[in-house]
Design a protein around this ligand. Structure first.
Ligand code: HEC
Length: 145
């Protein structure tokens, strides 16, 4: 009786592991799309020199290891990652709404961590503004370097 139960348990564990592996695999390959409701949320933070500077500090410390200092997706950790970190200066990203970027950095998706609990909503909106500034060379936030 005891062995039968443990065999059954083993089979269950194996199936669970297979399921997790398969769904994790499928998830990394599917395009990452924010829910429509999240996409339509508008950015309450107007970028200015102070808020961009604060966001830049957060970005350099937390995001640049993967996304690179200029947001090109070429940070030191990028080579080892699959999928690759997004290029924050890309045309594809420019087409996304602020709400979409906010949702993605809040939720994360492996290997990208979730920042919902790490940063306040204001900090996350400021990061959205900072990412936008990376795509426009010559705009304020990069001036201090
Ligand atoms: C461990 C590496 C890593 C770190 C650290 C990281 N990211 Fe990412 N990020 C990724 C990867 C990988 C993706 C692509 C995920 C995917 O497509 O499934 C991504 C995607 C994104 C996207 C979505 C881009 C798009 O095309 O829609 C945003 C926005 C983003 N990251 C912002 C940030 C911000 C802001 C930080 C810092 C607070 C950060 N990330 C930190 C790895 C990372």
């Amino acid at each position: 009786m005891k062995t039968r139960t443990s065999k059954l348990l083993l089979v269950l564990v194996v199936f669970a592991a297979m399921f997790i592996t398969l769904s994790a695999h499928a998830q990394t390959r599917a395009p990452w799309v924010a829910p429509a409701a999240a996409q339509s949320v508008s950015n309450p933070v107007t970028p200015d020199a102070t808020s961009l500077k604060a966001a830049k500090a957060l970005y350099i410390a937390n995001c640049s290891p993967c996304h690179g200092e200029k947001g090109k997706g070429d940070g030191p950790a990028a080579a080892a990652l699959n999928p690759k970190p997004a290029d924050h200066t890309s045309a594809a990203l420019a087409k996304e709404t602020d709400g979409s970027l906010f949702w993605k950095m809040s939720e994360g998706r492996s290997p990208m961590p979730t920042y919902k609990t790490t940063f306040t909503p204001t900090q996350r909106w400021e990061l959205v503004n900072y990412i936008r500034s990376l795509a426009k060379p010559g705009v304020k936030a990069n001036q201090s370097r």
